[in-house]
Design a protein around this ligand. Structure first.
Ligand code: HEM
Length: 296
């Protein structure tokens, strides 16, 4: 060990703040802004909370569900936590909708609903999907992607519409006497089925397909840190979104996206949070499958 290595840092400036050696000389680019990362954090924590509390209500006869209920003070307490997480998720959703409306109506932002930076699917996404399937079986080249790949758009819309269906049915159950004023009785029974089935679909989709698409695929394994740090290296940017990189370079907008390397402690913190979230999701997925096939 060198003398320098043995000397303890005395000021915070001497502590490592950016990524150590391996990625020190890499150039970083900003992909997600701070509000976008906060929104995703609120989204995934409230969703995990809703899944962890909704599933025991759905499979209340199940042993792990009863164990959980006993541990937290009964099913009444579980429902209370479910409603708390539902309010948090609803606020996040409303914030996102307000953001889109502001950008579209007030700021008249171009490319929000169409073009290479939009979340709306277009003809290229269809071609990319077909091209990707062909590439999987060795029949063609790997498709190149712009800002959002077709599966990222699919994940986004699955959550967006899922949120409307699950949210509406959830509030209809929560405030049943109010909704009974203008909904027929059978509809109030239907919302319980719709809520439960749509929730199951969302849980299975997020904890399997979304996890694999974003984190567990070979390109990003074991976890894509970009949603936590907001930044990616030039190598990642070129490899994963070569069309966006080339487009920004052409338009002279690339330099505006250059960013400092992510702060070291934040990367580690995000790793712990991210892996914990993935682990909880996978445990819930396994418990759901066991409960579902055990009760069919
Ligand atoms: C705004 C969003 C939401 C609201 C207002 C809401 C509200 C509710 C309410 C009031 C119940 C009824 C509990 C009872 O009295 O039996 C319930 C059940 C349930 N919720 Fe939610 N919820 C929301 C989102 C979610 C999400 C995102 C999930 C999945 C991740 C979920 C999963 C479940 C499940 C599995 C049940 C049990 C359904 C059954 O018994 O078949 N909920 N929810």
């Amino acid at each position: 060990m060198t003398d320098a290595a043995m000397t303890k840092p005395t000021t915070t400036e001497e502590l490592p703040t950016a990524q150590p050696e391996a990625k020190k000389n890499e150039k970083y680019y900003l992909r997600f802004t701070l509000p976008q990362r906060y929104l995703h954090a609120v989204l995934f924590t409230s969703f995990l909370g809703l899944a962890a509390t909704g599933l025991p209500m759905r499979f209340s006869e199940n042993v792990p569900a009863r164990f959980f209920a006993r541990a937290v003070g009964g099913f009444g307490a579980i429902l209370f936590m479910h409603k708390f997480c539902a309010i948090v998720l609803t606020l996040a959703f409303l914030y996102h909708v307000k953001d889109i409306v502001t950008r579209a109506v007030m700021n008249k932002e171009k490319g929000l609903f169409w073009g290479p930076t939009s979340m709306v699917a277009n003809w290229k996404d269809v071609k990319d999907l077909v091209g990707h399937l062909r590439w999987f079986v060795g029949l063609g080249p790997k498709p190149q992607f712009d800002r959002y790949a077709y599966w990222e758009k699919f994940d986004y819309w699955a959550v967006f519409w899922g949120m409307i269906v699950i949210g509406f049915s959830g509030y209809a159950m929560w405030f049943a006497p109010f909704f009974a004023r203008f909904l027929p009785g059978w509809a109030l029974n239907a919302v319980l089925v719709i809520h439960g089935e749509e929730a199951l679909l969302a849980i299975l989709f997020i904890f399997s397909i979304h996890f694999v698409n974003t984190h567990l695929r070979p390109d990003s394994f074991p976890m894509d840190m970009v949603i936590f740090t907001g930044k990616e290296t030039e190598e990642e940017f070129r490899r994963k979104r070569s069309l966006e990189f080339a487009r920004l370079a052409r338009q002279g907008k690339l330099e505006a996206r250059v960013s400092d390397p992510p702060v070291y402690w934040w990367v580690n913190f995000a790793r712990v949070v991210g892996f914990t979230a993935i682990l909880i999701g996978l445990v819930l997925l396994v418990l759901t499958l066991i409960a579902y096939f055990g009760t069919v």
